[in-house]
Design a protein around this ligand. Sequence first.
Ligand SMILES: *Cc1c(COP(=O)(O)O)cnc(C)c1O
Length: 445
Amino acid sequence: MIGGYLPAVRFVSTRGRAAAASLGTALFDGLAPDGGLYVPDPVEPWAPEEIASLPSMSLVEMGVRTLRPFARGIDGRTLLAVVRDALDFPIPLVEIEPGVFALELFHGPTLAFKDVGARVMARLMAVVGGDVTVLTATSGDTGSAVANAFHGLASARVVILYPDGRVSPTQEAQLTMFNNEPGSNVRGYAIAGSFDDCQRLVKESFADKGLRSRVPLTSANSINVGRLLPQMIYYFQAMAELARLNGATAATTVCTPSGNFGNLTAGLMAKRAGAPIARFIAATNVNDVVPAYLASGRFEPRASIHTISNAMDVGNPSNFERLLWLYGGDRDAVRRDVSGWGFEDADVRSTIKRVYDRTGYLLDPHSAIGYLGVSTHRGEGQRPRVDQPGIFLATAHPAKFSEIVEPVIGRAVEKPAPLVHALAQGKHVLRLDATLAAVKEAVGG
Ligand SMILES: *Cc1c(COP(=O)(O)O)cnc(C)c1O
């Protein structure tokens, strides 16, 4: 790098038929005009000295360094404030068996990894753009992360639609916890219908030109590149923590429990930026269209199947398009970096029990799939070796899925403070008809 020169990063469409965009456009539009997903181009590798100094960097320092090339229009102090404010919780790496590590991404306000992407995205939107109204449909986890991320940001209003009676009591508490707060900028509405109805209402609202002319709508959904970029940060954090604990980072495998494949795509981008990760494992539940693609070369989306790791019940993962773009559509190139495995609910339950009985460490159903991915990989002719560590991403706190985990281990799971707080708010459920007119009124249009 001569004289600190860095090329300007632009956001291009995976479909290659849209003009390159700025970070602001990519953040606020979500999808590119040709229907593709925005990807940053180029992803430049960090200098070798920077990678060598990872163990001495804090999470916030890594966050600023990761985002800086993509956020050239934001001055250094503002970017630091964005990252410091968003990542105000720890992301520890915990060794649960010799050579097997959990990267705990669930210490944020909604106890799942989606807090990282959503909180940074919300603050980037606040500094890059003007007023926004976020309208999002949710089947559970995403909505609460988005609600929390934007809560209290003066330039944002948030309207979340969830299917009445079809989210867990914990999820409903998290989705409605700001409803009763005076002057709250976040409202969660129970829609008299299914998740598909919620999604349809969001789509209809975005297609309503009159509404769009009156209200600055944005969707902030999981395909937004503003959620993807911050997720790169914790892959660097994983390697920094591993170096601090173990001294060595050679031959490390990272397993990402995957549904829409945003999390894994962020990991592959982090590898491109220099994170010293040897291989990735894409672990899924029985919705295993990506592992099947790696094996057969055919990508065959299908209707999703309901499982106990329901945040990963995705039959047509939207980030697959980004993943392929990163490798120029070359499956052999993908396979050099990624292996894929799918697991059944019975494996997940028995793994939660076995790991708990043996080590005292409690996995949620999604993290258990991450653990299974690491151990399956090690079974492949590879002896577990402490000098070849395996890290899995622990994507949710087990207390978030107590209805599944408690019967498996035969005891109650203690609720962490943010969950106790959400449940203590009392229920302030706001109900809405499943009509466009009702939604328009809710968003103030
Ligand atoms: C969303 C989610 C996943 C899947 O992440 P993707 O980026 O969609 O692959 C895994 N675990 C939990 C707990 C989630 O909420």
